[in-house]
Design a binder for this molecule. Structure first.
Ligand code: MN
Ligand code: MN
Length: 325
């Protein structure tokens, strides 16, 4: 078991580093995602959840939908959050980067201009020095929060104490953690296995013990420190089998129940069998009948930028081992 955690951790860590190098201005988000997910599979490991590439004020649960033509833009603050599993043992890790390189106006084969959210946020094609400094500060604050938590964690520490050190570290840098996003425990084939690891001072007195397997993920912002759901969803989880009238939806649910029984999946992963329109039509009854759960994408409530840093750890007798270092 430990070996599999470690193996998954090494794969996730290597690809997180590779993704940060590849995330340059002009890169199509879906190309980066397809490449990294392909590399995870090429190692023989599984994809623990769709590769999340959340830009600027998007916090999490964003991955490309079919037909996504978003481009990374110079100055974008991008959260690269990915996961690998080996025999169901999961490594979940994230880093935030500032996109560098020359912005280009890129048009598709029909002459349509491709989206560049960094520019569209405020309508300004150039990122300012202040914006760059802010993004860098947010990255440092979330990363310092994570390191403070890792230094503290050992058997006997409570989850509340972990949240307290994360909040204090981020506050000391002049920013706020996101109060309604947390880290989580992990179990075999279970990405969110019951425990929440708070990013704020919290009364949670659950005591950590040797062998616990956790993902710690502080988010830092200059905004109000909360995220809200946006209506769009890109990532889903199988819940249960339900009777369905439409044969095509039935067939889709069968595939999901077989191939994605335990771990989250993206709509993109079904384009081998359906076009975008068919897929959305067949997926809708699965959501309304609660056969699958849609994760709405999450955005900072006041529209401000967010940075995230995440590692997966295993608690040892005298501290913790970071599997995704
Ligand atoms: Mn993650
Ligand atoms: Mn996580």
């Amino acid at each position: 078991m430990f070996e599999n955690y470690e193996k998954a951790g090494k794969i996730a860590s290597r690809l997180r580093k590779e993704a940060s190098k590849k995330a340059v201005a002009g890169t199509k988000v879906v190309d980066l995602i397809d490449y990294i997910e392909g590399e995870i599979l090429a190692t023989g490991a599984g994809i623990a959840f769709p590769f999340n590439v959340s830009i600027n004020n998007m916090a999490a649960h964003y991955t490309s939908a079919p037909g996504d033509d978003t481009l990374l833009c110079n100055g974008d603050l991008v959260k690269l959050d990915l996961g690998a599993e080996v025999d169901g043992y999961i490594a979940d890790t994230a880093v935030s980067i500032i996109v560098e390189g020359e912005n280009k106006d890129i048009v598709d084969e029909n002459g349509k201009k491709l989206k560049q959210p960094g520019r569209l946020d405020d309508g300004n094609p150039e990122v300012t020095t202040e914006e760059l400094e802010l993004s860098q500060d947010l990255i440092e604050a979330s990363s310092a929060g994570l390191e403070a938590a890792i230094s503290l964690i050992k058997p006997g520490i409570t989850l509340g104490e972990v949240g307290t050190v994360i909040e204090k570290t981020i506050n000391d840098k002049g920013y706020k953690p996101i109060a309604n996003l947390t880290g989580h425990s992990l179990e075999q084939w279970e990405l969110h296995a019951g425990l929440s690891v708070p990013n704020i001072a919290d009364k949670n007195d659950h005591v950590l013990k040797e062998g616990d397997h956790l993902a710690i993920e502080p988010f830092a912002t200059n905004g109000v420190g909360l995220v809200k759901d946006v209506p769009q969803h890109y990532i889903y989880k199988y819940l249960r089998n339900v009777p369905l009238r439409q044969p095509q939806s039935k067939k889709l649910l069968k595939r999901i129940a077989t191939k994605h029984t335990y771990l989250p999946f993206a709509r993109r992963w079904f384009l081998d069998q359906y076009n975008e329109h068919e897929l959305n039509r067949n997926l809708r009854p699965l959501i309304t009948s609660r056969a699958i759960y849609p994760y709405n994408a999450l955005q900072e409530k006041s529209g401000c930028r967010i940075a995230q840093t995440e590692h997966t750890i295993i608690i040892e007798s005298d501290g913790c081992f970071v599997t995704t270092r």
